[in-house]
Design a protein around this ligand. Structure first.
Ligand SMILES: Nc1nc2c(ncn2[C@@H]2O[C@H](COP(=O)(O)OP(=O)(O)OP(=O)(O)O)[C@@H](O)[C@H]2O)c(=O)[nH]1
Ligand SMILES: [Mg+2]
Ligand SMILES: [Zn+2]
Length: 359
């Protein structure tokens, strides 16, 4: 059995409790599916639902509990009701994929995570430009990003791949879940109280690596046979697993696409090399495309910087600016809609009052 500190409870959460919370207990969200949560409490696992108030008061998707969240719940012998979500230490988010109006609504993928292992495989899946995008999102989360290049058993010289993505993350690990090579380097990052999450496209080997780490076949792995190395979306929900001896691992389903939602500072961490060079550009708002005295273009011409990297930086920078504008627009529209509803309610109320008066 675990203690709450084993699974990540710290002073940061403790200090958020008030006297009003006396009849509530802290618990961590381990899984959720169709509004039913599984919580890890001091007294073991409980199935839980949201309190009516929490469901009703949460105006935004991002306010609802997700896997990794610490919540306060009313706990009985066999079930629980979640009353409050505690403030998050870190938050890995994305834009909710189902957003039909293509407006932007933020959704948390996992919270209160210390280390994010972004997994990619050395197959046709390997794509430095996509890795840059994902890593920028991970930097934005506040957790430490580790880049994992898996399936090294399938290529002759894994280091050639590593060279293309070095210095983008806090750590780079070359692994094979098939042979077990490199897995100990990941294991070294696990310890009591720490939470790690595995993210990446379907089929790269997230669940296989986790099975290796836990020396167990806890996570289902789909055997990819034949030539096409596409994943089958085997893992279908985010799920928290306990490391024997303390610590928590979250497995996630393969990401399909990722619209990055990040701050320029997160971009700067993924592209510290480009930003370092860009300090020497003549213009402070240089886009590194056609400006005179652009240090970035000069570095590419001198063979010191890969042009793919320059383009990746530029593309992501303009995407982020675009997403920003769209978010502003979405906020404006939401505000307008709210005003409309209010004036409609007022009109209806006036009408009813009027009727009352004249009858
Ligand atoms: N050759 C080789 N195959 C691997 C390695 N790691 C995983 N695989 C295989 O890749 C396939 C997909 O592995 P999973 O662990 O299910 O991948 P996943 O990232 O969890 O995929 P989703 O759950 O769909 O997101 C399986 O057939 C694994 O056996 C590796 O290091 N080398
Ligand atoms: Mg999986
Ligand atoms: Zn420039």
């Amino acid at each position: 059995m675990y203690s709450l500190p084993d699974i990540g409870w710290t002073h940061f959460f403790q200090q958020q409790l008030t006297e009003d919370d006396n009849d509530l207990k802290p618990a961590r969200v381990a899984t959720l599916s169709r509004g039913i949560f599984r919580l890890l409490t001091e007294r073991g696992e409980r199935t839980a639902s949201l309190s009516g108030r929490l469901g009703y008061e949460s105006e935004h998707l991002i306010d609802l509990p997700v896997v990794g969240d610490w919540v306060l719940a009313r706990i009985s012998s066999d079930s629980a009701v979640i009353e409050r979500v505690l403030k998050r230490r870190t938050k890995l988010s994305r834009i909710a994929p189902s957003d039909q109006q293509r407006l932007t609504e933020e959704q948390a993928l996992a919270t209160n995570v210390d280390v994010v292992f972004l997994v990619t495989s050395l197959t046709r899946e390997f794509n430095p430009r996509r890795i840059e995008r994902y890593l920028t999102q991970v930097w934005e989360s506040g957790a430490r990003p580790f880049l994992v290049l898996n399936k090294i058993d399938l290529v002759e010289s894994p280091l050639d791949y590593a060279k293309q993505v070095e210095d983008m993350a806090d750590g780079l690990v070359l692994t094979s879940a098939a042979t077990g090579s490199g897995v100990d380097e990941i294991r070294r990052e696990l310890r009591p109280g720490l939470t790690v999450v595995f993210v990446g496209s379907s089929g790269v080997g997230k669940s296989s690596l986790i099975n290796r780490l836990l020396n167990d076949d806890v996570q289902t792995v789909y055997d990819i046979r034949g030539g096409d190395d596409k994943g089958r979306h085997t893992t279908t929900a985010r799920e928290m697993l306990l490391v024997p001896g303390g610590g928590v691992i979250i497995d996630t389903p393969g990401l399909r696409q990722l619209q990055v939602l990040a701050d320029p500072s997160a971009l700067g961490k993924t592209f510290s090399d480009v930003e370092g060079i860009a300090e020497e550009c003549a213009f402070s708002d240089c886009t590194h495309t056609a400006e005179p005295n652009c240090a970035v273009i000069a570095a590419v011409e001198a063979g010191e910087l890969d042009d793919g990297r320059r383009r990746g930086y530029q593309k992501l920078q303009s995407d982020l600016a675009f997403a920003d504008r769209r978010r502003d627009r979405a906020a404006q529209l939401a505000e307008k809609k709210k005003r409309k509803t209010i004036s409609k309610t007022n009109r209806r109320r006036d009408k009813q009052r009027g009727r009352g008066r004249y009858r």
